[in-house]
Design a protein around this ligand. Structure first.
Ligand code: PNS
Length: 169
């Protein structure tokens, strides 16, 4: 049985992520969707919320489970017996960001990375943009799985004004 890990921050999960998980599942017997910490990003949603939203989003895809990476992704892949990390590419910028991570993960434990080109009609969807659209009152319902938009709006309301929104200096 082949296992692959689809890692990400999933802050929040988008329709683009689900597309990549479904594509990964066509190549591997089991796919572990793994929530990991990205040192370069500050999360809007807590890990529990991200996990619950992800679990709902992939519930209809057999052979997929959701987990949390406690440390290094490469260690996690070894621990779950994964033969590959699967990452989606929307374009060249994604490859530029992913390439050094793939090399580092292989350096650490030998795990390979498989890149999957996502569906073109989802190529404009990124979690960061989804949050930005929502923050400024735009509709994100058709960019994310059911239930995600209300969770994002709730978290944004609780997080207070964004530093970029101006106000007294
Ligand atoms: O969705 P993202 O933010 O592009 O995913 C990046 C992520 C979380 C997969 C990456 O930052 C990661 O693997 N974090 C776990 C810690 C780790 O292994 N760091 C070394 C990466 S080479």
């Amino acid at each position: 049985m082949t296992v692959a890990v689809c890692p990400g921050s999933f802050d929040p999960v988008t329709l683009g992520h689900v597309d990549i998980v479904e594509r990964a599942r066509t190549m591997f017997d089991e796919v572990v969707v793994a929530i990991a910490a990205n040192a370069a990003k500050r999360s809007l949603l807590d890990v529990g919320t991200r996990r619950a939203l992800l679990a709902d989003a992939v519930a209809a895809v057999p052979g997929v489970r959701v987990d949390v990476v406690p440390g290094l992704l490469a260690d996690f892949c070894r621990d779950v017996g994964a033969v590959a990390v699967v990452k989606g590419l929307r374009g060249g910028a994604d490859f530029d960001a992913e390439h050094p991570m793939a090399l580092m993960n292989r350096h650490l434990t030998g795990v390979e990375t498989v890149f999957v080109v996502g569906a073109p009609h989802l190529a404009h969807i990124a979690s960061s943009m989804v949050k930005d659209v929502a923050r400024h009152g735009g509709d994100i319902a058709d960019l994310v799985p059911a239930g995600v938009a209300p969770a994002v709006l709730t978290a944004l309301a609780a997080s207070g004004p964004h530093p970029s929104s101006g106000g007294a200096s």
